[in-house]
Design a protein around this ligand. Structure first.
Ligand code: T46
Length: 154
């Protein structure tokens, strides 16, 4: 635990640190505040659990048109792949007080879950399937990445 804070260089994503209170009691208390460390009005909270560590298990595989989210791993760990259509990076999510801000037009997948992994997500909007881009080519169209054209030079 604790090696996951590599620099995030893809667009529309960044680390979010939330308050961590270590006082006279046992344990640690962490606090997420709307419009504070969570940079939007929180309209919805969901969590993902009961995960299994299998190479075929992958969640996400979409981008959002207008939804913003912050995702924390409260227990265990997983890897998250972030793709802004131009650059792609893999990060490890393994600290309950260090989340990832998932902005709009960011293709993301979550995989390599520990069996005790619990993901907690704060979302800026209610669930709306129309906000999802679940096709990767369509996602690339929306971010309008100039395609690399390979030329054969004779
Ligand atoms: C995201 C990543 C990080 C609902 O009915 N209401 C909800 O609030 C959510 C989140 C999902 N659903 C339904 C839609 C699907 O029929 O639950 C089913 C599973 O959703 P999905 O396949 O989108 O789950 P993930 O883990 O791939 O993605 C989720 C969020 O949906 C998504 O917004 O960014 O976590």
């Amino acid at each position: 635990m604790g090696y996951s804070m590599n620099t995030i260089y893809v667009k529309n994503a960044r680390w979010i640190s939330i308050t961590k209170i270590i006082d006279g009691h046992d344990g640690i208390l962490s606090v997420a505040n709307e419009m504070g460390n969570i940079p939007f009005d929180i309209k919805r909270v969901y969590y993902i659990y009961n995960l299994i560590n299998h190479r075929n298990v992958m969640r996400g595989k979409h981008a959002h048109k207008s939804l913003e989210q912050v995702m924390f791993c409260l227990n265990g760990q997983c890897s998250v792949t972030l793709d802004d259509g131009n650059r792609r990076q893999n990060i490890i999510l393994d600290q309950p007080d260090k989340g990832i801000f998932l902005g709009t037009h960011l293709w993301h997948t979550m995989q390599e879950f520990n069996s005790n992994c619990i993901l907690l997500v704060f979302a800026s909007q209610l669930y709306n399937e129309d906000d999802y881009i679940r096709n990767y080519d369509e996602f690339l169209e929306t971010v309008k990445v100039p395609r690399l054209i390979s030329h054969t030079i004779k």
